[in-house]
Design a protein. Structure first.
Length: 735
């Protein structure tokens, strides 16, 4: 008796019998990937300057601390933990095939040959992988001691093999450290760690890694919560099916879902739109027979679906969190590594109830897919055609509405020492901005979070400055995230189509070229019920797409088919505003310091964004080439329908941040200073060489008992605070 196709929509129901039962068993299979994603990929013959492990891994110390023995220890523990948490579901990579065969009783298999007695369908299978997405190494020398701090971010991922999508992920950073006398820490005359200390560090890293493996697999086992739902067809609109439930149960647009009715008959759908309480789908192309059966369904039919992850609410804008990726000729900077790590924390903490859909850009995912393809290789051809795994996906995804960019800033660190120098207190601020960049490379919204920190040390002991900085940056990042969740807004505008001709459409008003990248075609779909407004469903680029004109126009070329009641939906940027850039290096920053002062606040990037993105009459343009290149790569790796990222916008308008630090008076008897300082901060907007707008705010403060060699840092710290405190003043003048 031929078994029926297992019902799958993320997680699967096994309906092997030919009886009338639907979903006789709720079964899936888990295959633990046999390597540590991020550091287990062979470097091969790398080109000079190319990141060996993806950019966020310190290559030198990854090779030293995570040699083959250390990796094997972690992988062995990982597989053992997976077997404990999924005792009746673990299979080997070579058991994954295009069809299930052999016994219908679960039988694990770990051998490398491609002749197992029990195989599973890739549609019923998930890969689980442990990875290291970041490894940094900091050295801090004080007095006669050296401290090494090694923050490592471990990530666990559940990957749905049918579609190559991450259905669950969790990341966490653990800090491993070692303190030793400087004389014994390094080899004589070098900055190379002695073999004895390397052995101690490796032992500590492996011990911490084993803790993280157990914690992550436990989190995956409890966080990976598939469910089955009974859902009705409430209406038909031509080829479209309207379901009685939507994103709240797990539907997401652009994905395929299978279902059965109460007689066990099978159906397959491709969801076009999903929101809270409703989903719109068409019959999928899984097979001609199932497609015909699906298209015979009518309003009132009841179906059983299975889901493995949260759905995506298309009524909300989509935001893609973009991490920096290493360019072909250079590695990531330490700041970019830190920004990526913080963005990962923010992305993990943004919940389902956010006013937007978050799409995570996983810079290691391409490596993970290569790893999976290399291990689940008994039917290697299936990965050449599987959506998501194939080099050329046949299902382009609708582009995100916004890209999320994170930037970090830190004040000068002011340190005051106690009597005899035995104790010290360092104070500093960290600021994080989250910017929403639209598809036209315009900064649409900016949110800011700041957190102050006091670091106390006694006898040179206490938190490492680098660790305190990381902790405080995380605090600031989460504050900026809360600011974004509270302040996010998106008011889309729609333009009607006046007429349709072969290959072109005419709109009721011109479409501004400056916001063309934000334009998308949406189709009104009736959802049934009197008084209910139609859904505005984004039209896939496979059905119809606009051709970018060379100037503002009301007549546009199109590819594909469009309907007369379709609409053109725009984003929230103001098309009539003037593009505004940060001024070039010759005027990038203007400040005046008294000669004894040498620590500018270095907050221009945050201040400039917060003030300029909403300056009346202007649209701030994102010009960070590294970031825009990373956006382009993320769109390509994610199989999005368009990878058009505007990188050059010519405009005579630019903005520059101003800062003044001056000592009006200063007296330092016995190296203890007292006096008065003047501060000023603000921005100026130029058209060419002409200043056309500005906002400057000044302040004065007195100080006493400041050590002379720390005076510059102290005034810089106060200037940083003044920049932040003046934001409301600048906004009132320029917004």
């Amino acid at each position: 008796m031929t078994p029926k196709k297992i019902i799958l929509a993320g997680l699967m129901c096994a309906a092997w019998a030919s009886t009338v039962q639907a979903a006789a068993e709720f079964q899936y299979y888990v295959y633990p990937v046999g390597g540590i994603t991020g550091i287990s990929q062979s470097a091969g013959a790398n080109q000079s300057g190319v990141a060996k492990y993806g950019g966020m891994i310190d290559e030198k110390y990854a090779d030293i601390f995570f040699d083959a023995t250390a990796q094997q220890t972690l992988i062995k523990s990982f597989k053992e933990e997976v077997e404990k948490k999924f005792p009746t579901a673990v299979v080997g990579g070579n058991q994954i095939r295009t069809s299930r065969s052999g016994k219908y009783v679960y039988e694990p298999y770990e051998k490398s040959e491609c002749r197992p007695a029990f195989t599973v369908n890739y549609k019923d299978s998930f890969a689980i992988a442990i990875g290291v997405s970041r490894l940094s190494v900091y050295f801090n020398t004080y007095s006669d001691f050296t401290q090494v701090l090694i923050p490592i971010t471990y990530t666990v991922r559940f990957v749905k093999l049918n579609g190559a999508s991450v259905v669950f992920s969790k990341s966490e950073t653990i800090y491993t450290g070692l303190t030793s006398t400087t004389a014994s820490f390094f080899k004589p005359g070098t900055k190379e760690i002695t073999p004895e200390n390397i052995a101690k560090i490796k032992e500590a890293l492996v011990a911490d890694g084993l803790k993280m493996v157990e914690r992550h697999v436990s989190a995956a086992a409890t966080g990976f919560t598939p469910k089955q739902s009974n859902i009705g067809v409430v209406a038909r609109d031509g080829d479209y099916f309207i379901f009685s439930a939507g994103s709240e149960v797990g539907f997401s647009s652009g994905e395929d879902y299978d279902a059965v009715n109460d007689t066990g008959e099978e159906f397959s759908f491709t969801v076009q739109y999903a929101s809270n309480g409703v989903a719109v789908a068409v019959a999928s192309d899984f097979s001609a027979e199932i497609k015909r059966a699906t298209n015979r369904l009518k309003a009132g039919d009841k179906l059983a679906f299975s889901f493995s992850k949260q759905g995506k609410d298309d009524a909300k804008p989509s935001v893609m969190a973009i991490q920096y990726t290493a360019a072909a000729d250079r590695k990531l900077t330490d700041k970019q590594v830190m920004d990526n790590a913080l963005l990962s924390i923010v992305a993990d903490d943004i919940g389902f109830k956010a006013p937007f859909n978050l799409i995570k850009h996983d810079a290691d995912f391409a490596r993970l897919k290569t790893q999976i393809r290399g291990e689940a290789n008994c039917e290697s051809t299936m990965f050449q055609t599987m959506s998501g795994f194939s080099d050329n996906s046949t299902k382009p995804r609708n582009n995100p509405d916004f890209y999320l960019k994170l930037d970090t800033f830190g004040s000068p660190v002011f340190t005051a020492t106690g009597a005899g120098g035995a104790t010290s207190k360092s104070i500093f601020n960290n600021t994080v901005t989250l910017s929403l960049v639209d598809r036209s490379s315009l900064v649409n919204q900016v949110f800011i979070g700041n957190h102050a920190y006091e670091l106390e040390r006694t006898g040179g002991k206490g938190l490492d400055v680098n660790q305190a900085n990381e902790v405080n940056l995380k605090n600031a990042a989460l504050i900026s995230m809360e600011d974004m969740l509270k302040g996010f807004s998106a008011n889309n505008k729609t333009i009607k189509i006046k007429s349709i001709a072969p290959g072109s459409i005419t709109l009721t008003e011109p479409l501004q070229l400056s916001v063309f990248n934000q334009a998308k075609i949406v189709r009104p779909i009736a959802v049934g019920g009197s008084g209910k407004p139609p859904l505005l469903m984004p039209v896939s680029s496979e059905i119809a797409q606009l051709v970018k004109p060379s100037q503002d126009a009301d007549t546009l070329q199109i590819k594909g088919e469009i309907k007369s009641n379709d609409l053109i939906m725009l984003g929230t940027s103001y098309p009539n505003n003037k593009p505004l850039l940060f001024c070039d290096d010759s005027r990038k920053r203007s400040f005046l310091l008294t000669p004894v002062l040498a620590n500018p606040a270095s907050l221009e990037g945050a201040i400039g964004r917060q003030i300029a993105f909403k300056a009346k009459g202007f649209n701030l343009v994102e010009t960070d080439a590294n970031y825009l290149n990373s956006v382009e790569l993320a769109l390509k790796e994610g199989f999005f329908s368009s990878q058009d990222v505007p990188k050059t916008i010519v405009t005579p308008f630019c903005v520059v941040v101003q800062e003044v630090q001056q000592l009006v008076k200063n007296d330092c008897p016995n190296n203890k200073c007292a006096g008065t300082s003047n501060l000023a901060s603000g921005v100026r907007i130029f058209e060419g060489v002409n200043k056309i707008g500005e906002s400057i705010a000044g302040a004065k403060f007195d100080y006493t008992d400041i050590e002379s060699d720390a005076l510059s840092q102290f005034v810089g710290f106060k200037a940083y605070e003044h920049h932040l405190n003046s934001l409301s003043v600048h906004k009132s003048k320029l917004h």
